[in-house]
Design a protein around this ligand. Structure first.
Ligand code: URA
Length: 236
């Protein structure tokens, strides 16, 4: 990789600004002052130092975040705080984005990455990746809804949902606690599925995306990078 590209990727400014840094002698490569912007560096092996700061090159980043209510799963928003605003400024240079979306009032697992290929693998309906949610429902959920979700329900826009599995954890009074697994990600899908069977989602939290499970040690708003084994499983 060219030195100017590496430094621009690392957040040292535009190619023009980076050129200036190199020309004024602020950049060292393997112990020598770099003179040329087109110097070839191995981003993983070369020792690149800018104004005394050692560059720790990383291409892809994978973060799991426990999204709280009130935060939108986007990278920019005119009025609301975004999931990327919860990250340490260190992560800003990686241009991370959320994989799939959760509604503003939904909590739970969000994967943030800059790996477009993995994001596609996890969100494309063709790949049939399970997304598991827990929900509190206003109304008494029964085998009737389990069967309806298994068969597919018709949403308010006429869309027929693909088979989804519903597991009833508890029903008490006029409320139900359920787990639901879907492989699609239509707008407000779970809320609209329950609406289609005359029930209402009062609380929704995503627990899993494929093999990736929300680390319950993460408080709302907290995050951590994926472990190597979590990433390896997710990519399988
Ligand atoms: N389904 C919804 O209705 N909302 C979400 O945030 C995710 C799935």
């Amino acid at each position: 990789m060219r030195l100017d590209k590496l430094l621009a990727n690392e957040g040292f400014g535009s190619r023009k600004e980076v050129k200036k840094l190199i020309k004024n002698g602020s950049v060292e490569v393997n112990g020598e002052k770099a003179k040329d912007v087109s110097t070839h560096v191995d981003p993983y092996e070369s020792e690149v130092i800018v104004n005394g700061e050692l560059i720790d090159y990383r291409e892809f980043i994978y973060i799991m975040l426990n999204k709280p209510k009130g935060i939108v799963s986007a990278t920019h928003d005119a009025k609301d705080r975004c999931v990327t605003d919860l990250l340490d400024p260190y992560y800003h240079k990686f241009h991370l984005f959320p994989v799939g979306r959760l509604d503003k009032d939904t909590e739970g697992l969000i994967l943030l990455t800059n790996d477009g290929e993995l994001a596609h693998q996890l969100t494309s309906p063709k790949k049939k990746v399970d997304k598991v949610y827990e929900a509190t429902i206003k109304g008494r959920v029964s085998d009737h809804e389990v069967q309806a979700f298994e068969n597919g329900v018709t949403l308010d826009d006429g869309y027929e949902t693909k088979p989804a599995s519903l597991y009833i954890e508890k029903v008490a009074g006029d409320f139900s606690w359920v787990q639901i697994t879907i492989q699609e990600g239509k707008f407000h899908q779970i809320k609209r599925m329950f609406k289609a069977v005359n029930k209402e989602v009062r609380y929704l939290k995503r627990l899993k995306i494929g093999t990736l499970e929300l680390d319950e040690a993460l408080e709302l708003g907290e995050y951590r990078e994926l472990l190597d084994e979590e990433l390896a499983l997710l990519k399988e």
